[in-house]
Design a protein around this ligand. Structure first.
Ligand code: SAH
Ligand code: SF4
Ligand code: F3S
Length: 435
């Protein structure tokens, strides 16, 4: 039997696309290779959101090359956001790859494989004008499973490449989403994470569609679904209706990823985020007020063109004020074709690095404090499986999305809910004992 191997980089959306790539291979009779060396088809699913992951794609594909040198019959596919962006150029740059497939090529993967099997190379970065039909053939199911509800992005934040590599926003139909959720729940998923670049605008591309808050209620009615989360929500569209569903529907987790990006209004404006810090703050305070125990997380970009010391201080003040449970922070990275490419990248790398480390230090303090609150608390955990780093421990998350590693005197299966007493609230993960 022929084997496929997929190396995935980037966001949850890419992880999801890799499931679909895997599903196509399975449908064609391939099986997953445990080791890269055993693969007959080696696939890299790439991310171009910053320069670093883009460069990493180049080195990862170098490893594929070595394998192909030993087994020339191996086929190599360069997929995802970098493929969408660079296209044909990649075929010239990497003479040993067999195909380049952009972010919409998934829909034609069967044909692409047939073409490559016949010995020809190709580049497919066509846009798929149809829906988002997803063949759920043999889709892997985990206790916590993701479902893409929309693709693309129309927001054009000035720094961001996503609208160029993922195309225009398009929502999946409610029926298709619910079918997939049912399939997942029937096969053991208990938590559903709905994915989109801006889930708040779900449905706007479909005639007479339900809204995102309505979709959340429908998903919650599927038998077996016990928890629901979503990423990502754009602050400018974060609505009272959504907040009301988060408050009233008890399957909605007390967790919200609401990326602020920067605390200063001048920077936010140049980023084209379409909100001021004050507007963001008001929404967050209201959310905290309406949903007790709400955990918040955010993304931040440090050293955006024109960011002064005072602008950066405003970001730190925002972090102190909001007190996030989790922060993902990055140095600004110029992306080709974006509006900010024309802004002078005037914050020196050293300054960016210094600012990033100050930001992370402050967040560390906040996290230590918020983790300590868990000491001796008993919390409900959805068991996801064995802990990755620790032997004889299970791992799962609470409703606030905190990773909890714990020991148990009974054998547990993924998908079970258990109560765990926290005995050691560490920074990155809490540790406890099942009671
Ligand atoms: N749709 C999501 C974000 C997707 S990209 C949203 O709007 O929040 C994930 C994160 O990467 C962004 O939130 C941003 O913080 C970061 N990012 C995007 N482009 C970047 C760039 N050019 N440089 C540095 N970080 C960037
Ligand atoms: Fe990028 Fe902005 Fe779209 Fe998020 S909302 S994907 S940051 S353009
Ligand atoms: Fe995701 Fe990276 Fe593409 S963040 S959408 S894989 S550019």
């Amino acid at each position: 039997m022929r084997k496929y191997f997929i190396h995935t980089m980037g966001c949850a959306m890419n992880e999801y696309d890799s499931l679909r790539i895997a599903s196509t291979f399975e449908k064609l009779g391939f099986v997953a290779a445990e080791e890269m060396e055993d693969g007959d088809y080696l696939i890299i699913n790439t991310c171009s959101v910053r320069e670093k992951p883009q460069n990493k794609a180049g080195s990862a594909i170098g490893r594929f090359r070595k394998i192909k040198k030993e087994r020339p019959e191996v086929k190599i596919g360069f997929c995802g956001c970098v493929a969408q962006q660079e296209g044909e150029k990649l075929l010239k740059q990497f003479t040993y790859i067999d195909f380049v497939m952009g972010t919409d090529g998934l829909f034609r993967l069967e044909d692409i494989i047939a073409h490559v099997d016949s010995g020809k190379r190709l580049c497919d970065r066509d846009v798929n004008e149809g829906g988002l039909e997803i063949d759920i053939f043999k889709r892997p199911v985990t206790a916590s499973s993701t479902v893409t509800i929309m693709k693309g992005c129309d927001n054009f934040c000035s720094y961001c490449i996503v609208p160029y590599v993922r195309g225009r926003e398009k929502s999946r139909s409610e029926i298709e989403i619910l079918d997939e959720v049912k399939y997942l729940a029937e096969n053991g998923a208990r938590e559903i994470i709905l994915l989109g670049q801006n889930v708040n605008s779900y449905g706007t591309t479909i005639d007479k569609s339900i809204t995102f808050p309505e979709l959340l209620n429908r998903v919650s009615e599927v038998d077996g679904v016990e928890r629901i989360r979503f990423i990502t929500s754009h602050p400018k569209d974060f609505s009272d209706d959504l907040l009301a569903v988060m408050r009233d529907n008890d399957k909605m987790c007390e967790y919200l990823h609401l990326p602020l990006q920067a605390g200063g209004d001048y920077v936010l404006k140049r980023m084209n985020r379409k909100y001021t810090y004050e507007q963001y703050r008001e929404k967050v305070l209201k959310a905290k007020d309406m949903i007790p125990n709400l955990a918040l997380s955010s993304d931040f970009i440090v050293g955006f063109p024109g960011e002064t010391d005072a602008d950066f201080e405003a970001t730190l003040i925002a972090i102190e004020e909001i007190r996030y449970d989790m922060i993902y922070a990055f140095n600004y990275s110029v992306r080709p074709g974006t509006k900010a490419e024309n802004f002078e990248d005037d914050v020196p790398l050293e300054v960016k690095k210094m600012r990033l480390s100050r930001l992370l230090d402050i967040q560390k303090e906040i996290l230590i404090e918020s983790s300590e609150k868990y000491q001796d608390q008993v919390i409900e955990i959805l068991v996801e499986g064995a802990a990755k780093k620790y032997e004889n421990q299970y791992s799962g998350r609470n409703r606030q999305n905190r990773v909890v590693n714990f020991i148990s005197d009974t054998i547990l299966s993924s998908g079970e809910f258990v109560n765990v007493k926290i005995t050691e609230p560490k920074q990155n993960s809490l540790f406890g004992i099942k009671i």
